[in-house]
Ligand binder design. Structure first.
Ligand code: MLT
Length: 317
């Protein structure tokens, strides 16, 4: 309570707006909504931050989301609750190794997921998010271009299968989605035979195969509204339940099972880095700024990364 009141004051004082991801904790999403900020996926977060007149963006999510905001609007101060909120996909794709991978396939168009460092984006021809990846790869495939895809191997394999595009895949994965289990989901489906299964395509192919709807967070939220089922089994980070339940208050949402149960699952369907975003940390960031909270991107890298990011935003427009 006391943090919420102070954050509201600070947002006004510092001409700041809160931009939060669907995977952050419910109280952060609620605060963003209440204060005229946004709750969205990484594509919408980028767009919102880019268009909003505030001088300061406070980005609650993981580091690449803050970097994307800084690349798009270098004139703004971009703060994060903590700069230690990483992303397993980003960590699994170091820029130097990725550059060597690209150099080994010189005739390929390089498509990278937004979940990468600024330096990896700087090496790419296109940046995509999960909500627009399929359309962009379809577009590139229609021009008969072979593609390097990085870093998520499950999403890459899904897109390859859907589009038939010629793709070389980097072998990265998201710690949350990689852990959903088809075997455990089969068992759950027996318990809830009338439930529809909603799956994020960063999940293993065996899980995607069982889905009634496959898509990014925003697409899954839409599917929850469109599907007639009263019960929905949802295979993505459980942070999404806040927004999804708000959109379908009459439906029952059930977490899809992960491979390990209880103490043995690694992420247990919630990103440990997203969970580092707390109200106290937001207050701290707004109050103090500084090197623990402020995002900086090297100018040279920024200029290069801006090109494929703008390509995505223009394609999406
Ligand atoms: C994102 O783009 O925000 C993440 O990939 C999650 C999603 O929206 O599907």
């Amino acid at each position: 309570k006391q943090h919420v009141a102070r954050i509201k004051q600070l947002l006004k004082q510092k001409d700041a707006v809160l931009v939060a991801h669907y995977y952050t904790d419910p109280e952060i999403q609620a605060l963003a909504e209440e204060t005229g900020g946004c709750v969205a996926d990484s594509l919408e977060m980028a767009r919102f931050g880019n268009q909003h007149p505030a001088k300061t963006l406070i980005v609650a999510g993981v580091r690449f989301m803050g970097e994307t905001a800084k690349i798009l609007t270098p004139e703004k101060t971009v703060l994060m609750p903590t700069l230690n909120a990483e992303c397993s996909l980003d960590l699994g794709c170091p820029a130097d190794e990725f550059t060597a991978f690209c150099d080994a396939h010189p005739d390929h168009t390089v498509v990278v997921y937004a979940n990468t460092s600024a330096a990896v984006k700087a090496r790419a021809d296109w940046v995509v998010t999960s909500s627009i990846a399929l359309e962009i790869v379809e577009h590139l495939d229609s021009q008969d271009k072979p593609i390097i895809w990085a870093p998520d191997r499950h999403l890459g394999a899904y897109i390859e299968k859907e589009t038939g595009a010629d793709m070389v895949l980097w072998q990265g994965e998201c710690v949350v989605h990689d852990e959903f289990s088809a075997q455990a989901l089969e068992k759950m489906k027996h318990l809830y035979p009338d439930a529809a299964i909603l799956v994020h395509p960063e999940s293993p192919a065996s899980v995607v195969k069982m889905a009634d709807a496959v898509g990014s967070t925003s697409q899954l939220i839409k599917a929850a509204q469109t599907l007639p089922n009263k019960k929905l089994i949802v295979a993505t980070d459980k942070g999404i339940f806040y927004k999804m339940q708000q959109m379908v208050p009459e439906k029952e949402l059930v977490e899809a099972p992960t491979a390990g149960a209880g103490a043995t699952c690694r992420s247990c369907a919630h990103c440990p880095w997203m969970a580092m975003n707390g109200l106290k940390a937001i207050e701290n960031a707004l109050e103090n700024g500084g090197e623990e909270h402020e995002i900086h991107v090297d100018d040279n890298v920024r200029e290069k990364a801006l090109i494929p990011l703008n390509r995505m935003l223009n394609f999406a427009a």
